[in-house]
Design a protein around this ligand. Structure first.
Ligand SMILES: O=C(O)CCC(=O)C(=O)O
Ligand SMILES: [Fe+2]
Length: 351
């Protein structure tokens, strides 16, 4: 495993965004890891300071970053096929759990597959639901990509645990005996329509950046532990910094965006920042993105990890324990208070 900061930062509001480069360790068994604490501390610092960072990730089979980029391109072309299916087909992707289901507005669509690892069979069922006659290419591409995202999210959570010195002691470590019984890996695919897509003809010579930005995904925090996102070449994702400024993220091709959600903020007793983020679109190109949302299972209790509480040292728990599914329902009903959602739901001293 090796991580390295990006080359010299430019003097822009985005200059403090952390860029890491992670190579898959030879073993996912954390007892055999040789990851330096310094690298793990970069993950902790980025999540505490900004709540997100950018990362390039490749495994042993990928001799260079291009192969990861190829898989990203294949994923986006499979997603084009998926979103082009008739609405009545996509509506079959339903679930009673909020966020685990097909959602569509005039400008935004998302489909979800829960526990999309190759062993679960869920991606196969999803593919058969969407294409009753089969779509092997879609199935294989999504299996490879979601496997990579699950792997990366496990590595990131373990790097964080290692940095805090709690590896092996918490359910966030994937080697915990009950990890699979505790966590859901929710793979979601998103499409944002271009505001100017009534005129997709580029023959007027204008570039695609014209027009005023339009809000296509409202500001929110993610509710889960950690999210790993990837977008096509169309930017639009913005994060609200701790000092209240909206910062656009322009990941370089082949990069993933990692962000912390509310469950991680609770687990860390408020040390980790779960940033508000939104999507603003302009131009004539649709935006596609996909992400792996690592969530507590619906019936699991989200609570502050013991190691971060010390009543005598004036570090009391800041949040009450809660059932994750209760929080998802509360979030749906209270979306208007996105910036204070967790505090109003679970903060012990909230007013
Ligand atoms: O599409 C993106 O880049 C962000 C998606 C997102 O924030 C979400 O689905 O929670
Ligand atoms: Fe989000």
């Amino acid at each position: 495993m090796a991580t390295s900061p990006s080359p010299s930062p430019s003097p822009s509001p985005t200059s403090s965004i952390t860029h890491l480069h992670i190579k898959k360790p030879s073993s996912l068994d954390t007892k055999q890891w040789s990851i330096s604490t310094l690298e793990c501390q970069k993950v902790q610092k980025a999540l505490e300071t900004h709540g997100f960072f950018l990362v390039k990730y490749h495994d042993d089979q990928e001799h260079d970053q291009d192969e990861c980029s190829d898989l990203m391109h294949e994923t986006f072309s499979s997603m084009h096929q998926l979103f082009n299916l008739p609405s009545e087909t996509k509506l079959k992707n339903s679930s009673l759990t909020p966020y685990y289901t097909y959602v569509h507005t005039t400008v935004y669509e998302t489909l979800a597959v829960v526990n999309s690892s190759s062993s679960s069979g869920q991606l196969l069922s999803f593919t058969q639901l969407m294409w009753p006659h089969g779509n092997q290419k879609f199935y294989e591409t999504m299996t490879r990509m979601s496997g990579k995202l699950i792997e990366l999210s496990k590595i990131i959570l373990c790097m964080l645990c290692k940095s805090y010195g709690v590896l092996g002691k918490t359910e966030l470590d994937h080697s915990a005996a009950d990890y699979e019984a505790t966590m859901d890996a929710l793979f979601r695919m998103m499409k944002y329509s271009a505001p100017l897509n009534n005129n997709n003809d580029d023959s007027d010579g204008d570039d695609d950046e014209d027009g005023e930005p339009v809000l296509t995904l409202t500001p929110h925090t993610d509710k889960n532990f950690v999210t790993v996102l990837c977008q096509n070449e169309v930017d639009g994702l913005m994060f609200k910094s701790r000092d209240g400024e909206w910062v656009t993220v322009n990941p370089s091709p082949g990069s993933f965006i990692v962000l912390a959600g509310d469950a991680l903020r609770v687990w860390s007793n408020g040390r980790i920042h779960a940033p508000l983020h939104k999507v603003m679109m302009k131009g004539k190109k649709d935006r596609l993105s996909f992400g792996m949302f690592i969530c507590p299972k619906g019936d699991k209790v989200v609570e502050v990890f013991d190691e971060f509480v010390d009543e005598e040292e004036e570090q009391p728990a800041l949040f009450k324990p809660f059932i994750f599914l209760d929080y998802l329902h509360y979030a749906l009903e209270n979306a208007f208070r996105a910036d204070t959602l967790l505090d109003s739901f679970a903060c012990i001293n909230s007013v």
